[in-house]
Every structure is written in C-alpha cells, then in structure tokens.
Design a protein around this ligand. Structure first.
Ligand code: MOS
Length: 727
C-alpha cells in the first residue's frame, strides 16, 4: 500500500485562501473548508449518545447539594438527625466530616479559596455549598437534603456593585497563561481629551449573566484499582483531572476524567465546580460510585457567572472623526474568595488608532459567587461600552458610524506597536455594509416609521484574540489504512470532533472517512481546553504536527501499525509576537414599539474574518449562535440580586430570560476570505467572536430608531417605554 496517501477529498474547498498571503504558501485543497454535518449529529438527535448524567452504572449512589441561604456569616449548626433517619440515606458530608483539601490548590489566577468547599464554617456568598446528602436514589437524596436543618450566624453582607464602590481597586493579579496584557497607557489621554472637538464621557453597565448551558453540570466519580475515575461534562478533561489531583493531593496519574459528550459550556465547564469536588469527596468516604448532578437552580447559585460591569468610557475626537483619545475604566464585580479578570479592555487596546489610549481595569470585591469567563468574557461587555461610545462619537460629529470606524483603522497595534498578523476588519465592515444595505442610511435618529413602530439600524465592529496553547496529540497509522487520532479535546457541542477529523484528514492527506478521532479523556495527555476561542487552533496544531511526523516516519514497513506523538510547546514558543485577532462587523435592524417598550430584532448580519474556515457549516452555526447570545445579552439576560438578602432571585429559566426562537430573526453570518499566517492550518478561531459586538449593534439600532441611548443592559421594555405615567 502507498505509505504516502495523496487522495484528497473530491469536494471543493469553498473558500479562497490565496489572496494576499504574506509569504505563506496557500494550502492545497483538501478536507478543510468543506461543509460537513457533525459526525455524532444523528446519534445526538436520536438520543443515542450518553451525556454525563446518563451513563448507566451499577451500585451508583447519588449526592444532593445543599446550599447556603445567607450571603455572609458562619454555620452555627447543621442538624443531620432527621436526614440520616430517612430511607436510603447513606450519609451527610459537611465541614465537620469532609476530607481535607489542599489549601494551595490554584485556578487560572492563582490561589483559589472558592475551591475549598466544606472546609470550614465560613459562608462567603449565598448559594455556597454547605453539605452533600448521599443516598441510594436522587429522590431520596433530595428529600433528605430538604430535611437538613442548617442554622447560621449571619453577618452583614455587601453585594452592592458599582464603579464608585469604596473597595474598587486595580486588578491584583495576572492569569497564569498569557491571556491578557497589562493596562494600556499610551500618550497623554487627559491632554488629548482636552484638545478634542467632541468628547463622549459616559457610563455603560452590564448585569450578571449566566452561561445557561443546556446540560446542567453532572459528575460521576468512583475509585477503581487505586485510580479515581470521573465521568464528567467539562471543557477540558486534562485540566479538570489536574485540578482534582492537586485539590485532593493525588498523583496526577491517579486521576482519569472523561467527558465524551457535553451539552454546552460557554465557559462554565472550564474549571472544577462543586459537582466534581463533592462527588470525589463522597466516593472517597462511601466507597461507592457517586453521581452529583446540579439542578438548574443550583447551576445558577453555584457555577461561576459573568460578573456585572460598570464602565466609564471617554472618547475624544477631532471634528473630522480622527480619534485623539480612548480612556476606558471598566469595573467588574469580584468575589473575595477568588481572583479573576473580566478583561473588558481587550478591544479598547486593539480596535482603533488613537493618539492616546488608557485603560484601567478595576475590580470590586463583594460577597458574591466567584465570577469566571462566560461567552466572550471581557470582550462582550467591553465591546458594548466601546462600540456604543463610538456610535455616540459619530452622532455628535454627524458622521456615518461606518465611516468613523474606517477612518480610525490602525496600521499596527495601537498599544502594542506590534504588526497585525492579518487584519481583515475593513473587509468585514465593507462587505457587511454592502449586504446589509447600509448605504443611503439617514444617520439621524427617529426618522423611520412603519405604522406605530420606530425602525432603526446599527452596527458594531469587533475583534477577538486568537492564538494557540500547548497541546499534545498522537496518531496511529493502522494496518488497514485508517488512522486513530487521539487528543484530549472536548466537544462541547461546537462540532470540534468533526472539525478535528477534517484537520487530521487534511494533514494526513486522506479522506476524513479514514480518520477515527478519540477525544475527551485526560489519559490522552495535556491539551488546552475548549475555551478562549483557542480549542480548535490549539488541538489542530498538535494534530498537524503529529501528522507531519507520521508522514515523515512512515517509510519502512507499512504492514506494522505506527504511532507518533507531538507536543506543541516548543513550536508555539517560536511564533513571533504579533497582534492576532479574529474580526467581525455586526449589523442590526430593530423595530421599537414606543407604547409597549418592546424591541424586536428584525435583521442581524455578521461578516467574520476568522482565518481559514475549517468547516463552513459548523463555523456558521458557531457564529450565528454567538450572535443570538449577543441578542440575548442586549435584550433579555439579567441576573437579578436582591439587595436585602444578597441572593440571586431569578436563578432558573422562568426568571432568567434567554432569547427563544420567537425572539430570533433570520440571522445571517458569513466569512470574508482570510488566512492566519501564524498558524500551521491558517486558522484563528470562531468560538466566541459571534457573542461580541452584537449587543452594541442592537443598542445603536435602538438609538437610531428612538433617539434614546441605552447604556444599561438589557434594554428591557420598562427602560424603552415612552409616555410612561408619573409614579
Ligand atoms: Mo470561553 S467563556 O473562553 O469557554
């Protein structure tokens, strides 16, 4: 047999990648760029795949989480007697009986006291787990959990967030990964603002938002031959295994985590949470497999949310629309338990040229659930402020908001001074404007009416950081001409499994039908998570390197199976520092009913530059899903906290509104030809950029329709309603 198969898929590549490549060879047409449905799609829609909570298991016990009803204080007592006497109950774990955890266990931002569950009587936020009841069935565990009597010594709490909070301070840490840079301080922002012909100086606010993944978090853990086995739903099994090993002071080789199918994550399944920690505690204490599945309400109370933000944005411009200064001070709420950075300044530092750019990320520690990355973290709320303010600059200049953006296109990174690897924002703006029909728009507000409805359009420009993190992959060339490709990736519903199969086929120059992809198992070795929009790039890099090694090695005896592995840390280290981002331009048309305050999005169009598109069907689905997220952020989503109790009061899908089918119009997403020269496959990442920019585009359209600015999300009917009676 031919050891160097060259037969490529006959399907044509749908995307031209040859234009303007900077000295990088255009890849030969192959398995990349071909629209294919998800490999596991039919199994999913016919109910054949098993999610974490569906796995049948003998001798399985069930844990039910009990959470704190107070926002701050100490547990005075937990009376377990009634619960322990109930049918099927195996026991109760609380701070008096829980296994001791490693106090130095860290998250992505250093030491993380949020992980230290059931270690003492201190309550740091409402919804903090205080006990786990373990029983033979979930129903018995729930009944006993309801019978548990927990009393508290309550202390005054502080959940009242604002940029002006006395505890507001600069961010204290950097993440352990090179995800974010320091604050920017280029030029003299104060002097440039003073010299500007127009200055916008406004506050923009976004609420707490919850990831809302369809599958609630669930973990099943058991000990087998001295190894901790975990069936889980997460965004990266290797990271989860590592964190569990550290937290429980185990040898990392002792922990195996699998997550074969995951029903969405949106950031909320990146790090370990109470379901994993408590399941491991329970199986260790009761020596039986234990499953802990959170209820929808418990997901809201115990799984990290996007923090609320309160952002001061000042932009100064000359009369011709040239930006003199961007001065962005975003505050985000933080828990006192854990560091985290809601990186709202990402776009501020890269999207536009300005003589001066200053950013001051500000944290406000409160008695709340520790926040973490959710759906375009930082960029989504940050771009709402930046792209709303840019629209306000255009308004004050009487300028086309599209022209204002084109006018301030930077030649190099405006803060970093680094070259852009490939910057296709202008192509997105121009092609989007053409398809949307932007030309001829009357830029004055409140000029379009259809019957009783006000009609408006708006746009936003967007970027999202791109890159790759170290990962490892192995490939076995089987003797039957097929290839087994193994990588510790997680497919959280994005289609990663299908995309990586195409990447492997392309790199091995075979038809995807000859690839068997094995993923979602920590035993497959270190791999980056499905997060930071770097899943596909990181995993593809490792697969491509392994494929190249295999093709080079496959010269002697093709009748024997051959396995090669690759680890990308070294090659990633050789990549020169550049500004690497995906780009998009989002256009929205809305109608507003001034009598009811109802905003309806009528059209949404996004043009994206995300590097080479691995699979247009899946990439489009990812982009459209992101834009629906942005629509939902603009109009619906809001975690509401009761100031008296400090508790989230709408923690379920009845109270926490997410855009449903009837809210979503025909959304169009498409891609301009693009190619990332700093990536072996030319790809950037399409994971989160769709969720960024849309909320500002919609808010700008609402202004265009009504003449009123909405600087606080969501744009609820009560905030839009006109002619409201005096209260
Ligand atoms: Mo994403 S919020 O980085 O999983």
């Amino acid at each position: 047999m031919n050891a160097f198969p060259t037969s490529a898929s006959s399907a044509p590549a749908v995307q031209s990648v040859s234009d303007g490549l900077r000295g990088t060879r255009a890849p030969a047409p192959g398995a990349l760029g071909v629209a294919r449905p998800r490999i596991e799609g039919a199994d999913k829609v016919t109910g054949r795949v098993r999610y974490a909570a569906d796995q049948p298991m003998s001798d399985l016990a069930h844990g039910w989480v009990v959470t704190s009803t107070v926002s701050r204080g100490r547990i005075r007592d937990i009376d377990t007697s009634a619960a322990l006497a109930m049918p099927g109950v195996l026991g109760v774990i609380d701070h008096r009986t829980a296994p001791r955890l490693n106090p130095r266990a860290a998250g992505l931002y250093g030491p993380d006291d949020g992980l230290q569950l059931l270690q003492d009587e201190v309550i740091a936020h409402a919804g903090r787990p205080v006990a786990l009841v373990v029983a033979e069935t979930p129903e018995q565990a729930r009944a006993a959990a309801l019978a548990l009597s927990v009393s508290y010594d309550e202390e005054p709490h502080d959940t009242d967030f604002s940029l002006d909070h006395p505890a507001a301070r600069p961010v204290a840490v950097r993440p352990t990964l090179p995800l974010f840079d320091e604050d920017a301080n280029v030029g003299d922002a104060d002097a440039e603002l003073a010299a500007s012909a127009v200055v916008v100086d406004e506050r923009y606010r976004t609420p707490e938002m919850h990831a809302g993944a369809m599958e609630p978090h669930s973990t099943t853990a058991w000990w087998e031959d001295g190894r901790l086995q975990v069936i889980d739903c997460n965004q990266g099994p290797f990271l989860i295994a590592q964190m569990l090993a550290t937290l429980f002071s185990l040898d990392p080789k002792q922990v195996r985590v699998r997550a074969e199918h995951v029903g969405g994550g949106f950031g909320s399944k990146t790090l370990i949470g109470p379901h994993q920690i408590l399941a491991v505690m329970a199986t260790t204490l009761f020596q039986r497999p234990v499953r802990v599945t959170l209820t929808r309400s418990q997901v809201f109370q115990t799984i990290a949310m996007r923090p609320a933000t309160d952002q001061r944005m000042r932009i100064g411009a000359d009369a011709d629309g040239r930006l003199r200064a961007i001065d962005h001070t975003p505050a985000f709420e933080l828990s006192k338990l854990t560091e985290y950075i809601e990186y709202c300044t990402e776009l501020t530092k890269t999207l536009y040229a300005a003589t001066a750019i200053r950013t001051r990320l500000t944290a406000v520690p409160l008695d709340i659930l520790p926040p973490f990355s959710v759906r375009g973290p930082g960029a989504a709320p940050g771009s709402f402020a930046l792209e709303s303010a840019m629209d306000e600059v255009a308004e004050r200049l009487g300028m086309d908001p599209l022209e204002l953006r084109l006018h301030n296109e930077p030649a190099v990174g405006p803060v970093s001074g680094l070259p852009f690897s490939r910057r296709n924002l202008v192509a997105c703006l121009r092609e989007g404007a053409r398809r949307f029909g932007w030309a001829g728009r009357d830029h004055r507000p409140r000029t379009r009416r259809e019957g009783h409805l006000l009609v408006g359009t708006g746009l936003a420009a967007t970027s999202f950081m791109a890159g790759a993190f170290p990962s490892s992959a192995s490939i076995t060339a089987e003797t039957d001409g097929t290839y087994t490709v193994a990588i510790g990736a997680s497919d959280i519903g994005t289609g990663a499994r299908t995309a990586l199969t195409a990447v492997a086929a392309d790199a091995l120059r075979v038809d995807p039908g000859r690839i068997r992809l094995v993923i979602a198992d920590s035993d497959l070795g270190p791999a980056w998570v499905a997060g930071g929009s770097r899943g596909t790039t990181s995993w593809s890099w490792a697969i491509t390197e392994a494929a190249h090694k295999l093709l080079a090695a496959r010269s002697d005896d093709p009748t024997l199976p051959l396995t090669v592995s690759a680890e990308t840390r070294e090659s990633l280290g050789k990549v020169s520092r550049m500004e690497r981002h995906s780009y998009s331009a989002v256009f929205a048309e809305v109608t507003v009913d001034p009598a009811t305050g109802e905003v309806r999005v009528r059209r949404l169009l996004g043009m994206f530059a995300v590097g080479r598109v691995v699979n247009p069907l899946l990439a489009r689905s990812q982009a459209v899903g992101g834009m629906v997220t942005g629509l939902s952020m603009a109009l619906h989503e809001e975690g509401v906290r009761d100031p008296v109790t400090g508790r989230n009061v709408n923690g379920d899908f009845a109270g926490y509104h997410i855009a449903a089918h009837a809210d979503v119009p025909d959304v169009e997403a498409d891609f301009v030809p693009d190619y990332e020269p700093g990536d072996p496959s030319g790809i950037k990442g399409v994971g989160e950029i769709g969720a960024v920019g849309t909320s500002a585009a919609i808010a700008n359209a609402v202004w265009h329709a009504t003449g009123r600015r909405h600087r606080t999300l969501p744009i609820r009917p009560d905030r839009v309603l006109e002619e409201r009676p005096e209260r």
